[in-house]
Design a protein around this ligand. Structure first.
Ligand code: SF4
Length: 72
């Protein structure tokens, strides 16, 4: 479902089992992806909606193929 222009009510899901920790996602979009200081794991920031084009870019770029869309 589209909300504001280009933003969708879908949540990016990050499968940590495939994550290499390369931080490419953080480099591209530090406002969306972050490294949890306590666990050391890469996480998706808790936002109300996500920019579809940006997430698609990260999905295509992620070397671990570990980011997918999850319907909310
Ligand atoms: S780009 Fe993919 S593999 Fe690299 S840190 Fe982000 S989620 Fe992990």
């Amino acid at each position: 479902m589209e909300t504001k222009k280009g933003r969708v009510k879908k949540i990016p899901f990050l499968d940590r089992s495939g994550c290499t920790g390369c931080e490419s996602c953080i480099s591209l979009y530090p406002q969306i992806f972050l490294r949890n200081k306590e666990t050391g794991c890469i996480e998706v920031a808790d936002l109300t909606d996500y920019p579809e084009t940006a997430i698609q870019e990260v999905i295509a770029f992620c070397p671990g193929d570990c980011i997918t869309w999850q319907e909310s």
